[in-house]
Design a protein around this ligand. Structure first.
Ligand code: UDX
Length: 431
């Protein structure tokens, strides 16, 4: 099939490349000329496991190309995925500016087209958006009728940053929300080579499945963090509790790793957007609000713990290890490290910070911090070290590194497996 994908970000590019590797002819569309040129040269503009290699292969085999001309690429394809960002407004609601623009540009492409075309919303949008916001744009701009002249689907994506390509190629399930049967049948053909159950449903149920999935995963994390805070009081290791609870197949152990809370571009934004949408619908999002507020508190718990050791942090030297919201990425969006550094600054501490990938991004948020080129350097002469991201390299920290500190003390916001004496380490929700 000829496929066009609007947006070459963390969803569009892995999806486009993955679809090309499954025998489709794919054109990626972006307004950024530099990105388009890079892709056409076989260079991957984002960092994702295995993506650069597959992208280069697909471009060199002529199965994938990129363009800035949306209308032309749409006209030359059978099906168009809309995969642009839907960021958060200041009030927590969803910003539809980019997806609406993408729909408008894409609809231009079918104005003159004779054959049937299907538009697929892949961006995360709150329920009813496809029906009430996107379809009207597609109809007005193209002058054609949805369900007659063209089809529409909503096909949410459950990819994690860092492993997006593999998550796309090997999904747990494929959710197809469809305007009508013909639209769904056409999209199902695109996934015929995928080994995953396919669920067909309405457009708005598909939209909600995405939000409910992310919100439930985020709620699992806040739940285990709340239990973890109790564990801390009782001297229990929350990981033992999570293991015991997770052995129940109805619960599953996944996403019960307690720590410094969740960050990233999805969980915080999606839980807020769903809560805000629920309020608009006259429903009270009680669990969602608690998921958010438990997480906000959890993000800076390490600083409270540090104050138990140093009631006055003024002038104390503190190492912050890990700045990205999770290992394997340079993304610092909503990372606990941002809030931790802000609080430490307010309390007058002197900060040394290290991360294998995210320093440049953190410099934009916190330019006035001393950044080091290794964790060893960061720990030297400090009064405590805070582990905020569980980068694997931190597991190599040993007693020798601790000897360079003024006080050998590591406070762990993430579970680590390094060989350090118990009296020198302390967990956020474990002893
Ligand atoms: C998430 C979803 O997993 C994915 O399905 C969706 O499409 C996008 O959002 P991502 O944000 O890339 O993916 O990262 P993920 O690995 O899910 O982690 C999110 C955050 O939760 C990280 O800050 C991580 O440290 C934290 N987390 C995760 C926990 O604190 N405990 C856990 O058990 C799991």
């Amino acid at each position: 099939m000829h496929i066009s994908v609007v947006g070459t970000g963390y969803v569009g590019l892995p999806a486009g490349t993955g679809l090309a590797s499954r025998g489709n002819q794919v054109t990626c569309i972006d307004i950024d000329e530099e990105k388009v040129e890079k892709i056409n040269n076989g260079d991957c503009p984002i960092y994702e496991e295995d993506l650069p290699e597959l992208l280069e292969e697909m471009v060199s085999q002529g199965k994938l190309s990129a363009t800035t001309n949306t209308a032309e690429a749409v006209a030359d394809s059978d099906i168009t995925f809309l995969a642009v960002g839907t960021p958060m407004n200041n009030d927590g609601s969803i910003n539809l500016e980019y997806i609406k623009q993408a729909a408008e540009d894409a609809a231009e492409g079918i104005k003159e087209k004779d054959g049937y075309h299907v538009f697929v919303v892949k961006s995360t949008v709150v329920p009813t958006t496809t029906e009430e916001e996107i379809i009207p744009i597609l109809e007005v701009v193209s002058g054609k009728k949805a369900g007659e002249d063209f089809g529409v689907c909503m096909n949410p994506e459950f990819l994690r940053e860092g492993t997006a390509l593999n998550d796309f190629l090997e999904p747990d399930r494929i959710v197809i929300g469809e305007l009508d049967e013909k639209s769904g049948d056409t999209l199902e053909k695109v996934y015929s080579e995928f080994d995953a159950p396919i669920m067909r449903t309405s457009l708005k149920a598909a939209e909600l499945i995405k939000y409910a999935s992310n919100s439930l995963l985020a709620t699992k994390i806040s739940f285990i963090n709340e239990i973890g805070n109790l564990c801390k009081e009782l001297g229990i290791d929350v990981y033992e509790v999570a293991d015991g609870v997770g052995m129940d197949h109805r619960v599953k152990r996944d996403f019960l790793d307690s720590g410094a809370g969740f960050g990233g571009s999805c969980f915080p934004k999606d839980v807020r957007a769903l809560a805000s949408f629920m309020e608009d619908q006259g429903e009270e999002p009680r669990i969602l609000e608690d998921t958010i507020s438990v997480n906000e508190d959890q993000k800076t718990k390490l600083v409270e713990q540090l104050e138990d050791h140093y009631p006055d942090l003024s002038g104390k030297k503190i190492a912050v290890l890990g700045l990205s919201f999770k290992p394997g990425t340079d993304d610092i969006r909503q990372s606990p490290a941002i809030d931790i550094i802000s609080e430490l600054k307010e309390l007058g501490a002197q900060i040394k910070a290290y991360d294998p990938k995210a320093i440049e991004n953190m410099k934009e948020k916190h330019p006035d911090v001393e950044y080091t080129s290794s964790y060893e350097e960061a720990l030297e002469d400090t009064d405590a070290g805070l582990i905020v991201t569980d980068w694997d390299e931190f597991n190599a920290i040993d007693r020798g590194d601790l000897q360079t500190m003024n006080k050998a003390l590591l406070l762990e916001g993430r579970r680590m497996s390094y060989d350090v004496d118990e009296e020198n380490r302390e967990g956020i929700t474990w002893p």
